[in-house]
Design a protein around this ligand. Sequence first.
Ligand code: IPE
Ligand code: IPE
Ligand code: MG
Length: 253
Amino acid sequence: MQPLIAQIDKQKLPKHIAIIMDGNGRWAEEKGQDRLYGHYHGVESVRNIVEGCAELGIEYLTLYAFSTENWDRPETEVNGLMSLLVDTIRKEVPILNKNNIKMHAIGSIEMLPTDAQKALAEAIELTGKNTGLNLIMALSYSSRWEIVNAVKNIVVDVNAGKLDPNEINQNTFQQYLSTSKFPDPELMIRTSGEFRISNFLLYQLAYAELYFTNTRWPDFRKENLFEAIIDFQFRERRFGKTGKQIQNEEYLA
Ligand code: IPE
Ligand code: IPE
Ligand code: MG
């Protein structure tokens, strides 16, 4: 049996992979531990997956690390997650630079504690010149918030005479999203056996292939990512057309 990575067609890699990193709490509870123990171990998976994406030559990786709704969790968990975030970002910057990884953030970053905002801004700045994998952290992120915010900003520009309402199309709208600089994800992975999107990239995932696995996030490793990519490569992405049309297009390409 070939190693998994060798089974991946490098010509057909998804450009952008988005991951809902779920299951840290249950992973810890199943071991009789505190939920935060799961979040700490989740960081190892982040490291491993980022490394796997960089090795493969994936261009964009978006990680859903904290949702707007997660602010409603118990205060100790939220505080623990925030300090873990600060420590991790600070620790990882040299590794990101070594691997030519550029960091970005989406979400209402202004809601994060000041030290987290500072660590994040520093990491973005210090990795800003890297040209390899784009690592996009979704923090205090919610897609409905993002869409409403885009609408508000469009209205502001229309009122200021900078934008003609008749000219608004999907391209214009996309420019007002926090992901305007990134292509839409082609593959969305959610760990831990939940089959939902939980307010993640609702607009951007319109044609993404969805991959769900029972593996809890702290157990998710490169090999699991490679399996997801292999599965993705066997899917026929039709974008509303017929299978025959797609096969003809592939034949002519
Ligand atoms: C995902 O794991 C991490 C965050 C949402 C911050 P969870 O903490 O949601 O873990 P479960 O789903 O409760 O097991
Ligand atoms: C989604 O997971 C958010 C993140 C992974 C950051 P949740 O655990 O918060 O989602 P629900 O509550 O199961 O939908
Ligand atoms: Mg969860």
